[in-house]
Design a protein around this ligand. Structure first.
Ligand SMILES: C[S@@+](CC[C@H](N)C(=O)[O-])C[C@H]1O[C@@H](n2cnc3c(N)ncnc32)[C@H](O)[C@@H]1O
Length: 263
């Protein structure tokens, strides 16, 4: 159904990420970090940190020297470590976490599980590195309620073009689907919630340009389109965005779940 994300090409340009997805990831992290009770000095791990939207929040709450981050993309990891001096950063994947058993009081992961190839193996690793009774929390977009991605998908279909490849491996769209994943890896007291954020654009041009230089499969897909097809997509997108004549907002909703490892 989708192209397997390749960390070398999809996740290589931190500034482009910030402009495209980070503008939603940052406000999401402000809500997500509050879903579990963290205290200053807790040891926490941010899996799939990217350039650090969630890392920023974790540093604020527990302190930089108590935050560890891991990501398969070296440019993203480097950007995160530069932005948040004092955090411990390692290149790696959720399926093989380069950390000791029971090293963390809490393990969080924002906008990552839809990319993880082997979710069962990732679950074993997450439980292994979390202390008994520690917190695990993860969230992922509800893509049909993530307007940045959904509008482009709809605009492409409306002009009869094949839609850009979906930037995900798994879909967690059904209610309870993220909680079910956490329960499947052995977590207890699992709770699921939805988190909605908005991001503002000065004008429609700003949104359009973010697709052209964005990350993931959309920018290459746009470049492959004929001028005529790209113009038709732009017209459809303008309609879907509400035909804005000035500043406007897009909204994005994520499904989030948290639970505890058995004590
Ligand atoms: C959409 S970004 C999210 C980044 C950051 N957490 C945020 O909220 O902005 C997805 C991140 O997952 C990372 N990633 C992809 N596959 C992964 C895997 N198997 N294990 C851990 N991270 C992965 C990517 O390199 C990328 O940094």
């Amino acid at each position: 159904m989708s192209t397997q994300p390749d960390s070398n090409s999809f996740f290589a340009v931190p500034d482009a990420y910030d402009n495209f997805m980070g503008r939603f990831a940052k406000p999401l992290a402000q809500l997500f970090v509050k879903t579990i009770p963290l205290a200053r000095g807790d040891e926490v791990l941010d899996i799939g940190c990217g350039p650090g939207a969630l890392t920023a929040q974790l540093v604020n709450v527990v302190g930089a020297k108590h935050v560890s981050v891991v990501d398969p993309s070296p440019p993203f990891l480097d950007a995160c470590k530069q932005r948040y001096p004092g955090v411990t950063g390692k290149v790696g994947r959720a399926e093989a976490l380069p950390f000791d058993a029971h090293a963390f009081d809490a393990v969080m992961s924002q906008l990552v599980i839809h990319f993880v190839g082997d979710l069962d193996q990732a679950g074993k690793e997450i439980v292994r590195v979390t202390r008994p009774g520690g917190w695990v929390a993860t969230c992922t977009w509800l893509f049909e309620r993530m307007e940045l991605i959904y509008f482009m998908d709809q605009a492409a279909r409306a002009v009869g073009s094949s839609a850009p490849p979906a930037p995900r491996v798994h879909e967690f769209s059904g209610e309870g689907s993220v909680a079910a994943y956490l329960e499947s890896i052995g977590l207890e007291d699992v709770t699921e919630t939805t988190l909605t954020v908005k991001s503002g654009y000065a004008n429609f041009e700003e949104l359009w340009n973010s697709y052209l230089v964005g990350i993931g499969p959309i920018a290459p897909w746009m470049n492959e389109q004929s001028d005529e097809s790209r113009a038709a997509v732009r017209t459809e997108l303008f309609k879907l965005a509400g035909e804005p004549t000035g500043a406007f907002e897009l909204s994005a909703t994520a499904r989030s779940a948290h639970g505890r490892t058995p004590a």
